[in-house]
Write a protein that binds this ligand. Structure first.
Ligand code: PEP
Length: 246
């Protein structure tokens, strides 16, 4: 068994509907995934369709503001209200398409933690950075922005997802060795801010995880589960991935 409780989180992105909520809910309710946390992160509109007795719910973003005149935004308290326990923050698609900076992501992490939500903080390099051999510097800057604004105690509640951008949605999964190398770096780097966090924090891998490659990735010592995009929309595949972590 793993030292840290594994997590598999499905990031539906801008996909899914009420019918998928029902089939996913029913399938997960019947699976006996007792040794792990199974998290579904559907679009905001589908959050209240899930029964949180059966699964854990996560959102894909939140507003940095608490309430008020911010048309189209969703607050941390609203996510709490519909039963979310987790929130994905700093996904590379939001960093790229919504221009979210390391600093904004860090502020959102702080907002989530203050509201009692566990942030799943996404970090990871684009291909050019990997090719230039600067992965550790790039990921360290993303992590440092977060550790600068939260307490050591709060860091224990953070989940990190290492998602190399070149591996997301491309079918190019990072090799188990590449994954383990960066996960070990992340763990060690966070240990400089908080030694306890190094041992306890859960670090997920994301990037073209599927039913066939999940077990090998999850077997790496510093991998505590996965953040799953495309394969999280297929009930059987998602269950198989969860089973590989359980
Ligand atoms: C993601 O976007 O978080 C992700 C890991 O996507 P995929 O599994 O489709 O590569």
């Amino acid at each position: 068994a793993k030292i840290r409780r594994p997590i598999v989180a499905g990031n539906w992105k801008m996909n899914g509907n009420l019918s998928l909520v029902k089939t996913m809910q029913d399938a997960l309710a019947q699976s006996q995934l007792d040794n792990m946390d199974t998290v579904v992160c559907p679009p905001f509109t589908l959050l209240s369709g899930f029964d949180t007795q059966q699964i854990k719910l996560g959102a894909q973003n939140l507003s940095v503001y608490p309430n008020g005149a911010h048309t189209g935004e969703i607050s941390a308290a609203m996510l709490q209200d519909v039963g979310c326990q987790y929130v994905i923050l700093g996904h590379s698609e939001r960093r790229a398409e919504q221009f979210e900076s390391n600093e904004l992501v860090a502020d959102k992490v702080k907002v989530a933690l203050t509201a009692g939500l566990q942030p799943i903080v996404c970090v990871g390099e684009p291909l050019e950075v990997r090719q230039s051999g600067k992965v550790f510097d790039y990921v360290a800057a993303q992590l440092d922005a977060v550790t600068q604004v939260i307490s050591q105690q709060d860091l224990l509640e953070v989940v990190v997802a290492y998602e190399p951008i070149w591996a997301i949605g491309t079918g190019n999964t990072a090799t188990p060795e590449q994954v383990q190398e960066v996960h070990a770096f992340i763990r060690n780097h966070l240990g400089k801010s908080c030694q306890e966090a190094a041992a306890k924090i859960r670090i997920l891998y994301g990037g073209s995880v599927n039913a066939a490659n999940a077990a090998q990735i999850f077997a790496q010592p510093d991998v505590d589960g996965g953040l799953i995009g495309g394969a999280s929309l297929k009930v059987e595949d998602f269950l198989a991935i969860c089973q590989a972590a359980n």
